[in-house]
Design a binder for this molecule. Structure first.
Ligand code: DGJ
Length: 487
């Protein structure tokens, strides 16, 4: 999915969508990620209005785009603002989480079956409608269930019912899941459990120790279970992939500074145990340490998808790493509808869209690498087939660029295809035979309708006189390289 998430309110009315569909096509995107609001879908209890959903699906089809809907319902960014008025005005029936001083938050409680049942009923109705309208065409690829759940401002819900649960035993289902997976839990959870004595029964504080880490684990379990109820109701009528997204914790931030209970990487086991109907946990990856976060979210067999990320030039470079290195199934810069149509994602998606068929075929065999280079990470080495492949920031006549990104795919024993900008590649043979590898023929080109159309043959300065396969920083290109060996 070469996607983009719209600003929260952009698809609340179909009139504004014509410009946006065209914008997405101009960006070379293929998928639009956009909200469906519970409040707009079910303005009166049990009375649904599907006209917006159907209109969005029709609009996407007209422009040959796919959709991922984000179900904005009980929670959005650790708050509750997309619940309908009939929910908002009845906090007796639809209770709220509470702060330590007993005052209410504007966050629906995870502990109320009225809350999740109302949410799940609406979600099931939505999924039934999508199935009816789209069950054979599949314009809608995937659903995000809620948005950046978790409680903001407090490490956990402090209401009397939450306190009772917190003082009660850790559910046997969670404990037995942890026991069954104990050899490969994420180390952060493993440490917490070990430090508290690796107990297999007890209250939350006995099993996980006293402190905010336990508040967070407790909330993660309860959010996961609630989201699972909603996802299960939707999957019962139309089982397409469903995921939950995470507002990532920042440097030194404590649970409650970010939504406590969100599917953070350090509680992904708790989410996997509590929400088996959720197929993947997606990081909203605005944070600087992009590479580390990608790695953390590919543990525990989690498939990488970034529902949100920066829509700037840095984001447009980082996606080559996420896709080429971690087989990300999709990326989706946030607020895409207000980015320039000739901006950095236009260029990056233009390259990725062309190489996608080859990339999808080759990533199954491990013959793909992806990277993003800068002055603190100027080079990487990879093993590809019979070669050690050295990728570094491009440099010519003593001038080295300071940003580079790309993907390199091995297409034959001595043949490679690359896409990107600002990097150079050199090869070292790893098998018996002639000791050195030279850059033979380099051809720039494009895939038109999946067919390779060669353009310039690069030589001279463009290959540093045959010393390296170059992707100059003044352009974004797709190039093939035929390597030869000599003594
Ligand atoms: C994260 C949220 O999930 C989005 O809906 C949006 O509000 C962005 N933050 C804004 O950066």
């Amino acid at each position: 999915m070469l996607g983009g998430e719209l600003n929260n309110s952009s698809s609340s009315n179909l009139d504004s969508m014509t410009r946006i569909w065209k914008h997405m096509v101009n960006l070379n995107a293929n998928t639009v990620v956009t909200p469906i609001s519970w409040a707009q879908l079910e303005p009166q209890e049990g009375k649904y209005n599907f006209s917006l959903v159907d209109g969005l699906i029709k609009g996407a089809r007209k422009y040959n785009l796919h959709l991922v809907f984000t179900w904005m319902a009980s929670w959005k960014n650790g708050m509750s603002c997309y619940d309908p008025m009939w929910v908002k005005e009845d906090s007796k029936r639809f209770p709220l989480a509470q702060k330590a001083d007993g005052t209410p938050t504007r966050v629906l409680s995870t502990f109320s079956s009225n809350n999740w049942k109302a949410d799940a009923a609406a979600y099931a109705a939505l999924m039934a409608n999508i199935k009816k309208f789209d069950g054979t065409v599949h314009t809608v690829l995937m659903m995000q269930v809620e948005n950046e759940v978790g409680i903001l401002g407090e490490p956990r819900d402090m209401s009397p019912i939450a306190d009772r649960e917190f003082d009660g035993p850790v559910p046997a289902r969670l404990i037995s899941w942890m026991v069954a997976h104990s050899s490969h839990l994420v180390p952060e959870l493993q440490d917490i459990w070990n430090k508290a004595g690796h107990l297999t029964a007890g209250t939350w504080e006995q099993v996980f120790g006293k402190g905010m880490q336990t508040d967070e684990i407790f909330m993660a379990w309860n959010y996961a279970r609630y989201v699972n109820h909603v996802a299960a109701a939707g999957k019962a009528v139309y089982p397409i992939p469903m995921y939950a997204n995470a507002w990532l914790d920042g440097n030194g931030a404590k649970p409650g500074d970010y939504p406590s209970g969100c599917p953070e990487a350090h509680v992904m086991d708790i989410w996997q145990a509590g929400a088996p109907h959720i197929n993947l946990l997606g990081p909203d990856l605005y944070a600087g340490n992009f590479r580390t976060r990608c790695r953390l979210y590919t543990r525990r067999h989690n498939v990488l998808f970034m529902p949100e990320m920066n829509s700037d030039a840095g984001g447009a470079r980082n996606i080559f790493y996420a896709i080429g290195r971690h087989n990300a199934i999709g990326v989706s810069p946030f607020g895409i509808d207000h980015t320039p149509s000739n901006g950095p994602f236009h260029t990056s998606y233009g390259l990725l869209e062309q190489i996608a068929p080859l990339l999808l075929q080759k990533e199954q065999t491990g013959s793909v690498v992806g990277f993003v280079l800068d002055t603190s990470h100027p080079d990487y080495d990879y093993r590809m087939g019979n070669y050690e492949v050295h990728v570094s920031l491009d440099s010519i006549f003593g001038h080295t660029t300071n940003q580079g990104f790309g993907i390199v795919i091995q297409t034959g024993a001595n043949r490679f295809l690359g896409a990107g900008s600002g990097f150079r590649v050199m090869f070292t043979p790893l098998t018996p035979g002639p000791k050195y590898a030279g850059i033979g023929t380099v051809v720039q080109g494009n895939f038109l309708n999946s067919k390779w159309v060669p353009g310039l043959t690069l030589n001279g300065d463009q290959t540093d006189q045959g010393r390296s396969w170059r992707f100059a920083s003044y352009e974004h290109s797709i190039e093939t390289c035929h390597v030869y060996r000599y003594d």
